[in-house]
Design a protein around this ligand. Sequence first.
Ligand SMILES: [Zn+2]
Length: 164
Amino acid sequence: MVELTYYPDEVLLRKAHPVADIDAEIKQLSQEMVATLYQAQGLGLAAPQVSRGVRLFVVNLPNDNPRVFINPEVVETSVDEIMLEEGCLSIPGTFANVLRPAAVRVQARDTNGKPFTLSAEGMLARVIQHELDHLNGVLFWDHLPERRRERLQKKYTAPQSVRS
Ligand SMILES: [Zn+2]
């Protein structure tokens, strides 16, 4: 298990670095992130959300196996956009409808270093886009009109840190 970090921790606002080497440490981080995501009952978790500034995220949708994306790139997005409600483990208690492309095609590497390409739609496409944003220091409320974002930010209070 790895510890979640919360907005406004600055690791969440920075661009993450590419994973240079998919070594034992990265494999372990992936496993721990899957366990943490499962425990937190979230759908996706990006490395900056556990204070690691590397380009890696995990997705765990109901009725699917956990998926690990290392150095992911979106290579194609649909013209169609849909509105879906999003929340974020790093901004607990905050939800908003966000408009994004309905489908994406993403390239990444798995924990064996093997490249793969995935076409995703629906909830999977949504979670992938949300998590990829985290690798660029972008949070879901950054997609909202400024006034709506400011209202959410004002209402938000970060959970008490359990770190000693
Ligand atoms: Zn998030």
